[in-house]
Design a binder for this molecule. Sequence first.
Ligand code: SAM
Length: 287
Amino acid sequence: MRLTSPSTIKYIMEKYNFRFSKRLGQNFLIDNTTVENIINGSGITNNDNVIEIGPGIGVMTYDMAKIANKIVAIEIDNSLLPVLGETLEEFENIKIINGDVLKLDINKIIEEEFGGKFPKVIANLPYYITTPIIMKLLEENANVTDIIVMVQKEVAERIVSKPSKKSYGVLSVAVQYYAKASTVMKVPRSVFMPQPSVESTVIHLKIRENPPVKLLSKPFFFRVVRAAFAMRRKTLLNTISGGNLGINKEQTKELLSNSNIDSIRRGETLSIDEFALLSNNIYKFVN
Ligand code: SAM
């Protein structure tokens, strides 16, 4: 049974009375080359353990199981469980967990399933919860080495963006604080069934072992970042002084100057290093 074949999907729909759920973002890959390229791009070897989020009918799971040591696939839709039971029946290195990834304790799963050895995460995510899932893994310090995810093209652009680009924003800083982000490949709509209304991009997040900057307070750093991007057209002098950070305009001017940042610059031009220096200086001043 070739899982990327539309006729296989039709067979599954009839046999299991399966219906695509729009609510769960179910757009399944129907192109072998795309599946191969994603898996090759992820660099999985027979040494690797993998957590797959949202296996669907198991297209990527099937090919990865031939390479990886062990795969834990987390699928929310229980109507896909009997399907996965059939499509992946030849493998003994796959465990399916029926659940919502947003509600699961990922580090507990890693401990129980992989004896604590850090896995890679692979996912073709439903577009509407891409960011919450990525941020959950990053903010909860999930014990993973890499996250390879397919996301909506525009979200990928924001995640990998560098300063001074239109797509650079809170999401870029938040993800790049935890990981090195790069683009793996673009994926057209035509390789899905049903076709989504947006284009996709696969990105690779290599989780940093140590943060790229030293912060006096991580929550305060993100408050400064959010304030800086709150009104993109305004200068840092205005966004930071108006950002409820406990400093007035004069103090903001002084702190920006002490951080070697011109007060007429906009938030979108600041690198993570500059955000760190500025937030540390403001934090010291207000505490
Ligand atoms: N990986 C398959 C493929 O590429 O053909 C399916 C991808 S489809 C875009 C997303 C999958 O994620 C669906 O199978 C859907 O049921 C599942 N899903 C949606 N929300 C989820 C959640 N919160 N936790 C786990 N799986 C979820």
